[in-house]
Write a protein that binds this ligand. Structure first.
Ligand code: MTE
Length: 327
């Protein structure tokens, strides 16, 4: 974002991908990394940093296991490893809790009890779901997706959830519905917001897709990550994941999904329209006004928060699924 300071490839088998040991046993992961080439380090996870704050971080990540049917083999990422869980869990964008990447602790104050998601607008069957309804109404699966932030860093993340197209089937949009607006939870009394001042920010965080984009098989609503319910810093208890678009399109902690006729205002596009366009498809040939999008810093493995420079792929590597939407 305008205000954000941005800072050996191997293939995991499906077993390793879903294994608890890979997710939680950092040591065994690190052993496998001896000799691996690592890019610049943000900071090393050593000494006292690895003690109490590491324990608190691990606690924030130890959410209940989430039941899902299977890891969908169609979406395996074979040229990069899954990002280590504790790297993904402490390098987040969640402006409701501040403008740095280090918001995981503050995000623990997000009140997620009795969560409800209202699905409304131009639909024949509006419905308000609680989390149990969502888990029972839709078949949950794991999908391993590339994740590309507009700030030119990337990860590979194992989400658990269901395709948005299943929600479309359930609520039956009318023919007038052309766009979907996702609204995140916001309460000015309990959510601190970022420390920068730009005047009034357009809370709640809102994002939007066209209905054709939402109907694409890739568009996903995640209830979990790394085999467990979503930790708060990742946007518990439900967030959008649209892997061919920059990460800011995926609203976290969603409370409302509305089917509407006109293109809605969205958070970053409202604040800085010339830097964050509505469509926001990952495109290495279209630089951000202030930096190139041709390459990215892939954050995959430790020790510490490190990266490798990778080429950015058109549509983040998902062109075969989505390029036809834009012809
Ligand atoms: N959703 C809300 N509500 N607030 C945010 O600040 N940041 C977006 C997106 N969704 C954001 C949000 C951005 S810029 C990115 S890159 C991703 O969340 C980061 O997701 P992660 O922290 O789980 O990696």
């Amino acid at each position: 974002m305008v205000l954000i300071r941005t800072p050996k490839i191997w293939e995991l088998s499906e077993n390793e991908v879903t294994s608890e040991t890979v997710y939680f046993n950092r040591r065994s992961f690190l052993k496998g990394l001896v000799g691996a080439s690592i890019g610049a380090s943000f900071f090393a996870l050593t000494g006292c940093r690895a003690s109490s704050s590491q324990t608190a971080l691990e606690d924030s990540l130890k959410q209940p296991k989430i039941q899902f049917i299977t890891t969908n083999p169609d979406f395996a990422v074979v040229d990069r490893p899954i990002t280590e869980q504790d790297l993904a869990g402490r390098y987040n964008n969640f402006y409701e809790f501040g403008s740095t990447k280090n918001i995981w602790l503050k995000a623990q104050s997000l009140p997620t009890e009795n969560w409800k998601v209202e699905v409304t607008g131009l639909v024949n069957k509006p419905k308000t779901y609680d989390l149990d309804d969502l888990k029972k109404s839709f078949p949950l699966e794991e999908r391993i997706y590339r994740f590309r932030c507009v700030e030119a860093w990337s990860m590979v993340l194992p989400w658990v959830g269901f395709p948005m197209k299943e929600l479309i089937k359930a609520v039956e949009p009318t023919s007038q519905a052309k766009f979907i607006r996702f609204s995140s939870y916001y309460d000015s009394k309990t959510i601190p917001g970022p420390t920068f001042h730009l005047g009034a920010l357009p809370w709640p965080y809102q994002e939007s897709l066209t209905i054709d984009e939402m109907a694409n098989d890739l568009a996903f609503l995640a209830l979990g990550i790394y085999g467990h319910d979503l930790p708060k810093q990742h946007g518990a208890p439900i967030r959008a994941v649209i892997p061919w678009k920059y990460g800011f399109k995926g609203a976290k902690s969603i409370v409302k999904i509305e089917f509407v006729e006109q293109q809605p205002a969205t958070y970053w596009h409202t604040i800085v329209p010339n830097e964050y366009d509505f469509q926001a498809n990952v495109n290495p040939t279209k630089p951000h006004p202030r930096w190139s999008q041709a390459t990215e810093k892939f954050i995959g493995k430790g020790p510490g928060l490190s990266w490798e420079i990778k080429e950015t792929l058109p549509y983040n590597g998902y062109g075969k699924y989505v390029a036809s939407l834009y012809t």
